[in-house]
Design a protein around this ligand. Structure first.
Ligand SMILES: Nc1ncnc2c1ncn2[C@@H]1O[C@H](COP(=O)(O)OP(=O)(O)O)[C@@H](O)[C@H]1O
Ligand SMILES: [Mg+2]
Length: 597
């Protein structure tokens, strides 16, 4: 097996977990206090039963006194009902407190995840976050419930029952002491083994969720490549791993029962034997023997419960750490103290910019970038995959912060702006883009809820999306399915462009946003934008030179550096890379639609 990687959440201390998770009990404090109180009441009632039982036998049955039997029996009934009610109360309050804690934890976690920056999100996988929001919280919820109900009850009933047996018969209680020590050691041994397995089980859940997440969301790709069998066997393996872990853990736990029962019965035999002798010598009454036997069961049961609590707590410890990590994670992009609320113009400046995703990596992804863009310019960016085109533009709306140097929009450092203001004015159509389930209009209004229908249509006309939207069954009110699965790739891209235009930004960035749109439509989109929003600075990352040919500036990226900047004509003269790409795309004819190859 490969060496196990240390998980980032393992550094989180128990204290931190208790503090973070404890503060989410909030409005359920009352229920959290009521639960153990109910349980204490239940124990007290339960512990009185054997004493009353002894009284019935010794003073009632043996003395033939019917009135003692009736009055004590009546008392037993009242006490039993009270114990029952207390137990029920404990159950109800416990469920309320633990379900409430889970609810608060979930919404706290969810709200915090919404504040994450891109680099915070890079740290967790989607499936990891889903496991934490579901399975991990359920673990903590269960542990909390057990803790509230048992953590007071078990030790208390242990102590009371022990005290009672010592009072009744100091000599016979040594039998319990030996049994308790024996059982205690045995349980400790099992727990230490089982918790290791359970910890692993929850790590395996991550793999399982990852597999589900990836394959269900990419099910079309899986089908297109006929990878179903491969994916099925991968999934089966993950499920089987989980099965094996559970079986191993549970097969240890089931040993509890026989050992426990053997101990109980040994105790009963020993006590019956020793007790019978004591009765003959008038050191013990029959009733007392009966109650000793009941306390015997109580003691061993409490011990069992204690061990269960222990297992639950260790099992949920990793979950608690994983939850705490997500809640405590702070967005590393913070709004400044005194943010600038207005973007003065649409110029962009990058000065001495170095940037890396990973703070510890040796080499930067973007190296020594210097760039000045005038307001209203159209800028094309071209370069091989991995040449850091997307990274370059993601610095402008401050999706990431530079490692060195500065990025300025409208002459002001992006770190000085209010984030919402900046991102409203710098609109980016991401390379991997998403539509959401809802109508076309709802999707368009994502960036600007106040946009009128007319404004939305105008944006769609500019993005050349209007033509297919009006042909949809309900026009602008047609439904888009989750992830935009009911529109074609090119249609989806045009909708995403329209969505960005609805915001009426000062700067708009297209990251390979027309790759699935035909060249003629692509040209129409650019022409429309040129005519209708001439003051908007536009960045276009593209594979096709035809998409950037008419730009005011074309930036050629090469391995994280700006290789050369110029107009199409200048670059054809200056840059060999550019000329090569151009010729390969046009077959040397200068005509993109009729390439030779
Ligand atoms: N979120 C990320 N976390 C870590 N590395 C990344 C991330 N995104 C991109 N990279 C790395 O940065 C480099 C540049 O990627 P990118 O800017 O996406 O290139 P391009 O858009 O030109 O194809 C690549 O080596 C890629 O592996
Ligand atoms: Mg890219």
């Amino acid at each position: 097996m490969e060496e196990k990687q240390k998980k980032s959440y393992e550094d989180i201390t128990i204290r931190e977990c208790l503090k973070t998770i404890g503060s989410e009990v909030k409005q359920f404090k009352g229920a959290s206090i009521a639960t153990p109180l109910c349980m204490i009441l239940e124990v007290l009632m339960e512990m009185m039963i054997p004493m009353l039982m002894a009284r019935i036998i010794d003073r009632g049955v043996e003395a033939g006194n019917m009135s003692v039997i009736l009055s004590t029996g009546g008392m037993m009934l009242v006490i039993a009902v009270m114990g029952l009610l207390a137990g029920m109360g404990g159950g109800i309050f416990g469920a309320k407190a633990s379900a409430g804690l889970a609810m608060n934890l979930r919404s706290k976690m969810y709200r915090n995840i919404q504040t994450y920056s891109f680099s915070n999100i890079d740290k967790y996988s989607t499936s990891g976050l889903v496991t934490r929001l579901t399975t991990d919280i359920t673990n903590v919820q269960n542990a909390y419930q057990v803790l509230l109900r048992m953590a007071m009850r078990a030790p208390m009933s242990l102590v009371i029952a022990m005290t009672m047996t010592i009072i009744i018969s100091p000599r016979l209680s040594t039998v319990y002491l030996i049994a308790v020590v024996f059982l205690g050691l045995f349980l400790f041994f099992i727990i230490s083994k089982v918790t290791v397995y359970f910890r692993e089980v929850f790590e395996k859940y991550d793999d399982l969720n990852a597999s589900v997440q990836e394959n269900v969301s990419a099910i079309r790709v899986v089908k297109a490549y006929v990878r179903e069998e491969h994916e099925k066997s991968k999934f089966n393996k993950a499920v089987e791993n989980l099965y094996n872990m559970f079986i191993r853990a549970e097969s240890l736990i089931v040993m509890n029962m026989p050992v426990m029962q053997a101990t109980v019965y040994t105790c009963i035999i020993l006590i019956s034997w020793l007790g019978a002798n004591a009765i003959i010598q008038h050191e013990l009454t029959t009733g007392e023997l009966m109650s000793l036997l009941t306390y015997c069961m109580n003691i061993l049961m409490s011990l069992m419960m204690l061990s269960m609590i222990f297992v639950m707590l260790t099992m949920s410890m990793a979950s608690a750490q994983r939850i705490t990590e997500v809640i405590k994670e702070e967005s590393d992009l913070k709004n400044p103290e005194d943010p600038v609320m207005e973007v003065p113009d649409s110029s962009v400046d990058l000065a001495g910019v170095n940037f890396g995703y990973n703070k510890t990596a040796e080499e930067y992804v973007l190296k020594d970038i210097n760039l000045h863009i005038d307001p209203g310019e159209m800028v094309g960016i071209i370069g091989g995959t991995g040449s850091a085109k997307s990274s370059l533009v993601s610095l402008i709306p401050r999706l990431y912060d530079v490692s060195e140097g500065s990025v300025k929009v409208g002459g002001i450092d992006v770190r000085k702006y209010d984030l919402t203001v900046l991102r409203d004015k710098v609109s980016m159509v991401l390379q991997q883009n998403n539509l959401f389930s809802g109508t076309v209009l709802e999707n368009l209004r994502w960036g600007n809820e106040e946009a009128t229908e007319e404004e939305c249509m105008e944006a769609c006309r500019m993005a050349q999306a209007d033509e297919f939207i009006v042909k949809m069954p309900d026009g602008y009110n047609s439904r888009i399915e989750q992830g935009g699965s009911n529109v074609s790739g090119g249609q989806k891209q045009r909708l995403c462009i329209a969505r960005a235009l609805v915001k009426k930004p000062k700067i708009i960035i297209f990251d390979d946003s027309t790759s699935a749109v035909d060249t003629a439509t692509d040209a129409k989109i650019r022409k429309a934008m040129n005519e209708q929003i001439p003051d908007t600075t536009i960045f276009i990352i593209a594979q096709r030179i035809s998409s950037v040919q008419n730009a005011d500036k074309i930036i050629v990226m090469d391995d994280g550096r700006i290789s050369v900047v110029g107009t199409h004509e200048e670059l054809l003269k200056k840059s060999e890379i550019y000329r090569d790409v151009y010729e390969s795309q046009t077959g040397g004819t200068g005509d993109f639609d009729n390439p030779f190859d």
